[in-house]
Design a protein around this ligand. Structure first.
Ligand code: ADP
Length: 304
């Protein structure tokens, strides 16, 4: 399986003492998928834009060391990566502060024929992975182009996999609904944080949520519900799978992203939904016991 993800990766300053790392929803999923690649036989490419500065070069080097194919990364002159800082209140509440308004990825589609668009026409890929954040960070013309990429992927027989990841700070709910509704008919598998979906569609019951996505044509849905069992809807079948109990949660950053990587890694290799959900939970359960979005490789050694 050859997988492409599109989105934004930022520099991350978090932890005590504060440490400089990196993270971003689709990048987190792609990186964990890349780590699981040797186990399940897939390869991962990431499409985004970075600047031409030393920090961008460092990000690129780190992704390449993780085995990610970076040929679809554009380097925009004068750009520098976005940044987020995580602070913690004395009560343990975490706050995210973002500096991403000038992130290079916002200009990814500013030029015609981006590396992603060219590659979707030219090369063989099996899966296109994007999220609500991938859409939300782009200007409207870029969102249209990203939708066109998803359409192109479907026309070429690829799976289109979407994680809703709704962030009100990036996009008002009505606008997000508009773009998610337009993308939905192109999505073959949706990973949905139930809480995010409820912010977008208040008062919608779970059955109605599933009916809406299935009505749009989406065959497989995974509802992520934090510490509660996830719910999988595959045609008329329903499965639920409880997470691994975690006694001390250190940082839930990238919980959903790492769950997605575990689930997709197994599913794309032909495993049953329940087996895939178990791997998703196992990986997310490890990730939330470590600070930051990306945990050290040896912490997930048991899953490789
Ligand atoms: P998101 O990060 O997208 O909001 P969730 O909060 O639903 O996603 O969490 C994703 C996954 O992370 C869950 O399916 C579960 O595997 C794991 N997880 C999250 N919180 C906990 C917790 N308190 N205990 C155990 N597992 C958890």
């Amino acid at each position: 399986m050859n997988i492409i993800g599109f989105g934004e990766c930022m520099l991350e300053i978090a932890g005590a003492p504060l440490a400089l790392r990196f993270g971003g929803d689709t990048l987190n999923t792609c990186l964990y998928l890349s780590r699981l690649g040797p186990r399940h036989g897939h390869r991962v490419a990431y499409a985004t834009a970075l600047g031409d500065d030393e920090l961008s070069a460092e990000l690129l080097r780190s992704w390449q060391e993780e085995g990610i194919d970076c040929r679809l990364v554009s380097r925009l002159p004068g750009g520098t990566p976005g940044l987020y800082l995580v602070t913690t209140s004395p009560g343990g509440e975490r706050y995210f502060h973002y500096w991403r308004a000038n992130s290079p990825v916002r200009g990814y589609f500013a030029e015609p024929g981006t590396p992603l668009e060219q590659s979707l026409v030219r090369d063989h890929w099996d899966v296109f992975y994007l999220s609500g954040i991938s859409l939300a960070i782009l200007p409207p013309a870029g969102r249209e182009r990203l939708l066109a990429c998803a359409r192109q992927a479907r026309e070429r027989g690829m799976a289109v996999i979407f994680d809703n990841n709704y962030r009100p700070r990036l996009c008002p709910a009505g606008e997000a609904r508009h773009w998610h509704d337009r993308l939905a008919p192109l999505v073959t598998l949706a990973l949905l944080t139930e809480e995010d979906e409820q912010s977008l569609y208040p008062d919608e019951a779970t059955d109605a949520l599933i009916a809406r996505w299935q009505g749009a044509g989406c065959r497989e849905l995974v509802l992520k519900r934090g510490a509660a069992p996830c719910l999988i809807a595959l045609g008329r079948e329903r499965f639920s799978q409880a997470p691994v109990p975690v006694a001390s949660v250190v940082d839930t950053c990238a919980a959903g992203d790492s769950f997605a990587a575990g689930y997709l890694s197994a599913r794309l290799a032909g495993e049953a939904p329940a087996v895939a959900a178990r791997l998703g939970h196992e990986l997310a359960g490890i990730v939330i016991q470590h600070p930051g979005a990306i945990i050290p490789l040896d912490a997930m050694f048991s899953l490789l």
